[in-house]
Structures are given as C-alpha cells and as structure tokens.
Design a binder for this molecule. Structure first.
Ligand SMILES: Nc1nc2c(c(=O)[nH]1)N[C@H]1C(S)=C(S)[C@@H](COP(=O)(O)O)O[C@H]1N2
Ligand SMILES: [Mo]
Length: 323
C-alpha cells in the first residue's frame, strides 16, 4: 500500500489554488463562494421569502470553514512570526530555507501507553487529512484567514493511549542553531514550547497542520508539522513540532516563561482582556495590496469567533484570571 504523504489529500477533497483565488473574488462581489456550497453549508436564509439583503457569509456550523475572505498566499507566507528564524516579520520567509524537514520524526512521551520516536509518516499513518479554513489572530493585533490541510489532533493523540494521569499535552519545536539562525540569540528560552489542556487538545477544532493552500507547509509556516488552535492567540499554534508529551502538571510554555504578566497559559482570544501593550478589542486582517498591508480595523470576537465550539470548555472559569 502506498504511504500517504501528509499533504496528499485525494484530489477530490482539496480545494485547488484557483478556487482559493476565485473565492476571494466572489467575496469581493458580496457573493457566497463556491466553497461554501462544496462544504454543504447552504444557508437556510438564502431561501425565497428571507430578507432581500444578501445575508452575511457565515462559518460552517462546526467552525471548520470560516466564511471570511482568505488571506493571499503571498502574505500568509511572507509576514510571519517564527523567532527561530529571526524576530522580524520577513525574517522567516528569508531564512527558513535552511530548515531540513525531511527526514523528520516526532517523539511522543509522558503519560501514555504508547511512547517512542516515530518517523513522520508513521506518526500520521491512517489519519485522514482534512481541510479547515481558520481565522488566526496574533496577540499583536493582526489576523489572517488560512486554508489548512492537516489531521485533527484529538484522533491522532488517542492512538497513543494517554493514561488517566494525562491532563495536559506539551509541544516542543526543533531548536537547532545550524538550521535555525535565530536560535543563536536568546530571543526566547529555546526550544519553543507550548501546551494545551487535554480537552483543548481533543477539541475537534484543534488541527495538526501539514499543508496550507493545498500544498505542503512552507518552512516559514512551520513545516512539516504545526499546531493550529484557532480560538487562541497565534503563539499557541506552535511550528515545526518534534516532541509531544502527555503531562499531569500544566506544562511550561515559552511565552509564559518569558513574560508571565503578558502571556497566560490559556491565551484564548478575548476582546475583554487586554494585553498590557496591545488592545485586544479589534484587529486588522493582513491584506497585502500595492498601497496597504492591513485592511480596516474590525472587532475581535470572543474566542476568535469560535465560542459556539469552545466556550463550554471554560464554563465557570474566570477568564480574566486564566488569561
Ligand atoms: N516554533 C515557533 N512557533 C511559533 C512561533 C515561533 O516564533 N516559533 N510564533 C507564533 C506566533 S506569535 C504566531 S502569531 C504564529 C504565526 O503563524 P504564521 O506565521 O503561520 O501566520 O506562529 C506561532 N508559532
Ligand atoms: Mo503571534
């Protein structure tokens, strides 16, 4: 049997790049894109007799397909945070070519029955690749809308049979100064580390991405394997993952460690809790055009617009305290 390479979705399931482009054009015209029809989310309010004004496009009910206009490929791949390649926004696109993404393996450790080192192909084996269109908001106040390909994290983690002690999942990025020039400087305490509570890791929205825009992940976006957690600030979406540990205690994360007053463990997108340096009330989409890099400011939504899918996980928690 042919081993399915991670970004290799059956032709019928992937949205071709041309459709991504035309989707943008459709949106400009205020029309629903052909993608929405493909996703089977025809809107009941499109029915005759509904208000005459065209209804605003809506996310699919499961949150898997955001209705927003997509970020241009060239912007999503040239305005990045990936400090292992430098702290400037264009540094990753300039420097990440030195990252060797093959062969690649992932170490699975901690509170699970099945642990060890898995070549990427084995790690992902048998997990159907899905496409998700997600908003991703950086705590700095800019956001993007990206079509990802990847495998839902929860189904994949279940394979390793986490024990009853596994309360959190910790992720670690490669830290090799030979491949990653930024690691030679103490911008963060390397390796880059992030973590999720178990229920967050198992939430159907949480994706381990292997591709974007129908192609393998560009290095600057976290090849060959990166997390995407769309209701949390961008820094939770850790790139180029080499290690996953099931832990009993809340794991240390790099940003929390560097500045605990600014970056909490949860980091759910929350317009009501400002970062000390940046308001979280509103945001600007990256929308590269000849004249401007950012689109007009828009309000930021609780949980980045994914409250229907995730708010229940935080019921009873004081989200100002657990920011
Ligand atoms: N290993 C690693 N992962 C990382 C970062 C990083 O510096 N190193 N930056 C984070 C931040 S702050 C953001 S906003 C997103 C950006 O993802 P993108 O460049 O694909 O848009 O990646 C996150 N993942
Ligand atoms: Mo970010």
């Amino acid at each position: 049997m042919k081993t399915r390479i991670p970004h290799d979705i059956p032709e019928s399931q992937v949205t071709p790049e041309a459709v991504y482009r035309s989707r943008r054009e459709w949106m400009k015209l205020g029309l629903a894109s052909p993608l929405l029809a493909l996703a089977g989310c025809a809107d009941a309010e499109d029915a005759p007799g509904a208000a005459s004004a065209a209804p605003a496009a809506r996310d699919s009910a499961d949150g898997f397909r955001a209705a927003d206009e997509l970020t241009r490929v060239q912007d999503a791949t040239s305005y990045n945070n990936f400090y292992e390649f430098g702290t400037g926004k264009v540094d990753p696109s300039k420097n990440a070519h030195s990252l060797r993404t093959s062969p690649w393996s992932v170490v699975v450790g901690g509170e699970a029955e099945l642990t060890g080192t898995f070549p990427l192909e084995d790690f992902l084996k048998g997990q159907p690749v899905q496409e998700r269109i997600y908003r991703l908001r950086c705590v700095e106040g800019w956001s993007m809308v990206i079509p990802w390909q990847g495998v839902p994290l929860g189904a994949l983690l279940s394979r390793f049979k986490p024990t009853s002690k596994a309360k959190y999942v910790a992720f670690t990025t490669l830290a090799d100064p030979d491949q990653m020039p930024g690691v030679r400087y103490p911008a963060l305490d390397w390796p880059y580390r992030e973590g999720l509570r178990m229920d967050e890791a198992m939430n159907p929205l949480t994706l381990l991405a292997t591709g974007m825009y129908g192609k393998p992940l560009p290095n600057q976006n976290g090849a060959p394997l990166r997390l995407v957690v769309p209701w949390k600030y961008g820094f939770k979406s850790i790139k180029s993952i080499v290690r996953i540990d099931f832990t009993e205690q809340m794991p240390l994360t790099s940003w929390n460690q560097s500045q605990p007053s600014e970056y909490g463990f949860y980091s759910n997108v929350n317009p009501d809790v400002d970062h000390p340096r940046w308001s979280q009330r509103s945001e600007r989409r990256i929308a590269g055009t000849a004249s401007k890099l950012f689109a007009e400011r828009i309000p930021t939504l609780p949980f980045n617009g994914y409250a229907d899918q995730v708010a229940a996980m935080y019921k009873g928690m004081d989200l100002a305290k657990w920011f």
